[in-house]
Design a protein around this ligand. Structure first.
Ligand code: ADP
Ligand code: MG
Length: 312
């Protein structure tokens, strides 16, 4: 039986009149990387900030590492590591000191502290920078140091809010590597992101969140497969009529307008459906200008379930 290390049930949160999160429930299994994927304003930070005890629990029940968030905040806090959305490092501290200080707050013994610092600087490839001032680090190095700090106390769950926001593509990729190693070490990872590639590549499971609700949840493969086999993008001499004509054709799961084209989600093999589609619309006097066929991506998943493109 797989153990749920995070168990959230009927969670809601309001800022005054504004209901930011509406009655969501989800579980994170021990050892997995679980992502909240959604656009800005979806409610991701509100949920994660409540789980890490920065915001009060207003409604619902939350269990983390077996402790009840409502009654055992201190135990929850001791079981988790946190990496915030904004860099929160002290610029005037050295890299090693930053970890040292964090370990002291949590009353780690000095030998244990030293071992852990060596281990973590090694993990995030900052050993050479141990004596450098935080202010001299690049953005990517700062993020790596924050990840190391979040892991100092060997948390059962590491929480990260948008771990690669504002980083360049190369540094993002590096950060993903570190998060993978962290996870391999046995740490459960709970993260939020609005980057679909990130969620797709890193997560064992994803919960798609928008307007304070979970829209769908599953492994990246499950989410993509739920769209059908292939997606066909068509540009024709008359896209509105094409949409009308294809409504009755079998083998099509969904037709939507996307960036001025007709997006068709195919039930089965799209390469076989496509000639049929072309025959059908040619027969009605419509010309095909451009065709594109691809496997569903995480972007397509989002488009399908929210009807909007991901807003940055
Ligand atoms: P995300 O992290 O997915 O971008 P947030 O949880 O930050 O979303 O925000 C969810 C909603 O709550 C948004 O509509 C946002 O404007 C609102 N919100 C967030 N923080 C506050 C706050 N401190 N006061 C009022 N409204 C807030
Ligand atoms: Mg946020």
């Amino acid at each position: 039986m797989t153990e749920n290390i995070v168990d959230v049930s009927h969670f809601s949160y309001s800022y005054g009149e504004l209901q930011a999160v509406r009655d969501i429930s989800f579980q994170v299994k021990k050892g997995e990387v679980f992502s909240f994927l959604g656009p800005n304003g979806a409610g991701k930070s509100t949920v994660i900030n409540t789980l890490i005890t920065l915001l009060p629990l207003q409604k619902g029940t939350v269990q983390i590492a077996g402790y009840d968030l409502g009654s055992d905040q201190e135990k929850v806090r001791q079981s988790i590591g946190i990496v915030f959305q904004k860099i929160t490092l002290d610029k005037d501290m050295k890299v090693g000191e930053t970890l040292e200080f964090h370990g002291s707050i949590y009353q780690m013994g000095s030998a244990e502290k030293k071992n852990r610092i060596d281990e973590l600087l090694n993990l995030v490839e900052l050993s050479e920078k141990a004596d450098a001032l935080v202010s001299t680090l690049s953005g990517g190095m700062k993020r790596r140091l924050e990840i190391a700090r979040g892991l100092m106390t060997r948390p059962k769950v590491l929480f990260l809010d948008e771990p690669t926001i504002g980083l360049d593509p190369q540094t993002r990729r590096k950060t993903w590597d570190y998060l993978r190693s962290v996870n391999k070490e046995g740490t459960t990872v709970f993260m939020t992101t609005h980057y679909m590639d990130e969620a797709d590549l890193l997560s064992d499971r994803i919960a798609l969140i928008d307007h304070g609700q979970i829209i769908i949840e599953g492994t990246p493969a499950e989410l993509k497969q739920s769209l059908g086999n292939d997606i066909i993008y068509l540009d024709t001499s008359d896209n509105p009529r094409t949409t009308e004509i294809l409504r009755d054709l079998s083998g099509i799961r969904k037709i939507a307008a996307y960036e001025g084209k007709v997006a068709i989600t195919s039930e089965q093999d799209g390469t076989r459906l496509l000639p049929e589609i072309i025959r059908e619309i040619n027969g009605q006097g419509i010309d095909v200008c451009a065709v594109n066929l691809k496997k569903p991506s995480m972007d397509d998943v989002f488009l399908h379930y929210t009807g909007t493109e991901m807003r940055d």
